[in-house]
Each structure stands twice: as structure tokens, then as C-alpha cells.
Write a protein that binds this ligand. Structure first.
Ligand code: SF4
Length: 531
């Protein structure tokens, strides 16, 4: 894999700069290196890098990047300077209305300025424009929410996103729409006294090219299936005791693909939860039945009879050549049959996941997938953008796959947004992951009343999640009386609570999980000791 070295004067901004460079050059590995001026000069001399690209001179230097791509054809030497004054000119005259997020305002201002300067150079070099501009974080909606709380109008928010982050008005509008729908969904919920339960099932029929989850191919690891279920039942029982002072409002089975387990195993897990937890406040119980090749009538009936309210049947693509390439080992027909079977079994809330930007796909492949999925009339459709994760085979074998990376991902997400609006699906949650194609986003669209509550709860980090199973991450969310952050429902006396989050993670390996279940329980007990 090609490397880009970003030589930084100090590493203050390393965390911010790396993802932005990666957003432009996702097929490259980015290394940020701290060097002093002398070393910097020496490096440059050694690399015999040509000067000339995008030097931006502004009065006071607060950060500086020289980045070198180890390939003569792409040699780059750009110097980016941030300046101390004037980074937020657009809002500087607005005294009490000036938008101030939490954190160090100076640092944020320098960073944003540095980002804009770097963005312009990278854009010039790569010829790319990123719809979210310099925003690389997981939740690009967070600031919209914050600004709405402080009374900024949609017009002001869009303008701020354009000027401060160089984001397109279309993305700012999408973020606004999502926050409106999220707010509506979470209205009336309280967060301090509620929680969700997550169950991680670590098996899949086969492993997808881009997978970075805790997932094991079932055939090879089936010897662990029963010990896993046993360990999980034990962890579930212990977790129920830890959480007895809070109200459980949503349950989510993910993984992996939960329906890789047999109908009996699924029943055993569901029944254990029903026996141990108080479900009177439960609003939603989702099980990902993601892979059509794991779905049978028997499993669907078991889930339906046990009271599961929502499932996912995930095609990712309706192009057979793509399914073959990404290692899904099922056909387009299998997707259609699994979906129809789920409807027949009585499921009236079915989500389908798609991925924009899969290898080898062009816009027409994706729009054809949209049409085929649309014909099934699922209740919600989640449109992900391909992310090249470090742990995925796609990343390890990038040299073989770089040429087939889609160049039309942005057009695909635009087409999805348009299609969903035409068909009556509303965007209700939005998030991003590292190394997404063109720095785009994942959006959950749903017909009114068919949204996945858990998706919003986990994204907004507004309440506690107790998680069981290999790789599952539990988090304790506490509110505090400080200003900033938090979710808007928490307004009290004109101020907003900020949420403090503590986490603990279970081991990822199923073997370790089975052998160290007691230790996983202890970790959680420690986290939830005083709730
Ligand atoms: S279905 Fe999901 S969890 Fe399973 S291998 Fe594919 S990406 Fe990974």
C-alpha cells in the first residue's frame, strides 16, 4: 500500500490531519511524524521533493504540514500554515450569538483554519471535492444539533457549515433533516434511567471482503457455537442483575449475523433474556438477520413467536457480480426470497442495508439495486458508504483491489437521497466511520413510524448500553450539569447537560470470550457498579 508521510511541527493536530489526508487518498496509508525544522529540511532534501504545490501564506503559523507520497508520480510538497486571527470571521461580530461549542475555542479555530488550508491544497492536488468538506468526525450532525439548540436558523447553520468546514449546502441540509427527525423520535424519552441491551453474535456464513467486525465463518468455527451460547447465557444473567435499577427500552442483536445460529439456539438466547430482564418498558427488539443465506422459515418463526419486532435482511448490493466479488456466497434471488419469507412470517418492520461504492460498481449498478430493493418495499433502508477498515481483507489486499474502488460513490449517495425522498423514506440517523469512500456517510432512511430506535440511541450516545458477547462494547452514559453537548431533550433552565461516557469492551476472539466469560462479567460489573 502506498504511504503518505505527513511531517508535522509538533503533533498537536496529528489526530485531525491524518483523517483529512486519508479522505482524499483512501488507498494510501497515512503516517504522521513529528519532526523539528532541521529534520524537516533534511527529509525534504533526501526525498528530493519538488516544491510548488499550494503554499498558503498567512501571518502567524500555528501548524504546518509537509506531506510526501512515496511515488515519484505523485510527489507532493505542500506547506500549510494556519493563522491565529480571523478563522471565524463570519461569526466574529455576533457577540452573544456567536457560536461557541465546548472545548478550547482557540484550538478549534486554529484547527479549522489549518483544515481549510490543507483541504484546498489536497483538493487541488487530487482534483476531488469532498461533500462534507473538512469534517471527518463520526457525527457530522453533532454541531447542527448544538447550533439548533442555541437558536441558529437553518440558513445560518448551512452558511456556517459552508464557511467553517467547506461543506456543501446539500450535506448541511441533510444533517439538519436528520437532527429534526432524531429529535422527534427521542422526544419524551428520558435517558438517565433507561438503557439498551446489545447482544453480539460472532458468526457469519462467510466473511465479506470489507468486514472488520468480530465475525467468524461458521463452518470453520462451529465447534465454538455451543460454548459461545453457554457463555452468553451466563453473561446475560449476570448483566440483568447489574442493570436492575434501570429500565430496558431497546434490545439489539448484531454481530456477525445472529441468524447464523440455529432456531433452537436463537430461542434459547431470547428466552434467557425474557426470563432475566424486565421488559415492560421495551419499545423495540431488533435482530439482524443480515445474510439471506442464514435465513430459514424455522428461524424466522422462532423470532416472530418470541416477540422480535424488527429484523434486517441485508443485500448490500443486488448485483450478482458484486455479491460474488465481496464473498457473500448468496444470490440476488436469495435476498428476494428471504425478504418475502420474512413478510410471510409476519414481520412488519424489516430493514435492508445497502452499500454505496462497492468495488467495481458504477452509478447504474447502484440505482438498479435501489430499484430492486424498492420493489420489495422494506420499512427502512440503510445506505452505507464503503469504508476500508484496517482489519478488513479489502485493506490487507488493497493492491489487488485499488483499481476497482468505485469512483462514483458520491453520485450514488446523492441518488439514494433522491430516491428515498421520492418513495417516502425519511433520513433519521447519520454517522460516519473512518476511511469511508470520499469521506461520505451512512444514512438510515425509514418510513414514518418504522425507524430503528436503537440506531439513534447508540449514535447520539444519550443513554447507557449493556453489551454481551465477543467484542461487545458496553458504555455507561452519565449526565452532568455542564454546558454543551448532550442531547437536546435534556434542556434544563436554558442550559444543556453534557454526557460523560465510560466504556468497557469484551475480548473480540470467541475462544477468549468462552474461556474468560467471568472476567468479561467482572469488567461490566465494575463499570456499572454504582448505577
Ligand atoms: S455479514 Fe457483516 S459481520 Fe458478517 S462477514 Fe459480512 S460484513 Fe462481516
Amino acid at each position: 500500500m502506498k504511504q503518505i508521510y505527513a511531517y508535522l511541527k509538533g503533533l498537536d493536530y496529528a489526530q485531525d490531519i491524518g483523517p483529512l489526508i486519508k479522505a482524499f487518498f483512501r488507498e494510501c496509508d497515512i503516517k504522521t511524524i513529528n519532526i523539528d525544522e532541521a529534520e524537516e529540511e533534511k527529509k525534504r532534501e533526501e526525498a528530493r521533493i519538488k516544491r510548488g504545490h499550494g503554499q498558503i501564506d498567512v501571518p502567524e503559523t500555528v501548524g504546518r504540514v509537509n506531506f510526501l507520497l512515496e511515488d515519484e508520480a505523485f510527489s507532493i510538497d505542500a506547506e500549510i500554515y494556519g493563522r491565529k486571527a480571523g478563522a471565524s470571521e463570519d461569526f466574529s461580530e455576533r457577540d452573544e450569538n456567536t457560536y461557541q461549542n465546548q472545548g478550547d475555542p482557540d484550538r478549534r479555530m486554529y484547527r479549522n483554519h489549518l483544515h481549510r488550508a490543507l483541504y484546498r491544497v489536497l483538493s487541488e492536488i487530487s482534483g476531488k471535492v469532498l461533500p462534507w468538506g473538512t469534517l471527518t468526525g463520526v457525527r457530522p450532525t453533532k454541531q447542527v444539533l448544538d447550533m439548533r439548540l442555541r437558536g441558529f436558523s437553518p440558513k445560518e447553520i448551512i452558511s456556517y457549515y459552508e464557511n467553517e468546514y467547506l461543506a456543501s449546502p446539500a450535506k448541511a441540509r441533510l444533517a439538519l433533516k436528520v437532527t429534526e427527525n432524531e429529535s422527534r423520535l427521542l422526544e419524551g424519552l428520558t435517558f438517565d434511567d433507561t438503557y439498551s441491551l446489545y447482544i453480539g453474535v460472532p458468526f457469519c456464513p462467510s466473511i465479506c471482503l470489507y468486514c472488520s467486525f468480530s465475525a467468524y465463518p461458521y463452518e470453520k468455527f462451529k465447534a465454538y457455537a455451543e460454548p459461545y451460547v453457554e457463555a452468553l447465557l451466563k453473561e446475560i444473567e449476570a448483566t440483568a442483575l447489574m442493570m436492575k435499577n434501570k429500565r430496558l427500552i431497546s434490545i439489539y442483536f448484531g454481530g456477525g449475523t445472529p441468524t447464523t445460529m440455529s432456531a433452537d439456539q436463537l430461542r434459547a438466547i431470547i428466552r434467557k433474556i425474557k426470563a432475566c430482564f424486565d421488559l415492560k418498558d421495551l419499545r423495540e427488539w431488533t435482530i439482524e438477520a443480515g445474510r439471506p443465506d442464514s435465513i430459514t422459515r424455522e428461524k424466522l418463526m422462532a423470532m416472530k413467536e418470541e416477540g422480535i419486532t424488527r429484523i434486517s435482511v441485508n443485500p448490500q448490493s443486488m448485483q450478482q457480480k458484486t455479491l460474488d466479488l465481496i464473498g457473500r456466497r448468496h444470490t440476488v434471488e436469495d435476498v428476494i426470497n428471504a425478504f418475502k419469507l420474512a413478510r410471510e412470517c409476519g414481520f412488519d418492520n424489516i430493514n435492508m442495508d445497502l452499500i454505496a461504492g462497492l468495488n467495481g460498481e458504477v452509478l447504474s449498478d447502484f440505482t438498479d439495486t435501489l430499484e430492486k430493493v424498492g420493489e420489495l418495499e422494506p420499512d427502512s433502508i440503510t445506505v452505507h458508504t464503503l469504508a476500508v477498515k484496517r482489519a478488513a481483507r479489502l485493506n490487507a489486499e488493497m493492491d489487488s483491489y485499488a483499481d476497482s474502488l468505485s469512483k462514483e460513490t458520491g453520485l450514488m449517495t446523492e441518488a439514494a437521497e433522491k430516491y428515498m425522498a421520492e418513495k417516502g423514506y425519511e433520513p433519521y440517523y447519520l454517522y460516519r466511520q473512518k476511511n469511508m469512500s470520499d469521506n461520505l456517510e451512512n444514512v438510515g432512511y425509514a418510513k414514518p413510524g418504522k425507524e430503528g430506535l436503537y440506531n439513534v440511541l447508540i449514535m447520539e450516545e444519550c443513554h447507557t448500553i449493556a453489551a454481551c458477547g465477543p467484542g461487545a462494547s458496553s458504555k455507561l452514559v452519565r449526565s452532568d450539569e455542564c454546558f454543551g453537548g448532550g442531547f437536546l431533550n435534556e434542556a434544563e433552565d436554558g442550559e444543556y447537560k453534557v454526557r460523560k461516557i465510560e466504556r468497557t469492551e469484551n475480548v473480540k476472539s470467541v475462544k477468549d470470550y468462552v474461556e474468560r466469560t467471568d472476567e468479561m462479567i467482572e469488567r461490566k460489573r465494575k463499570l456499572f457498579s454504582d448505577i
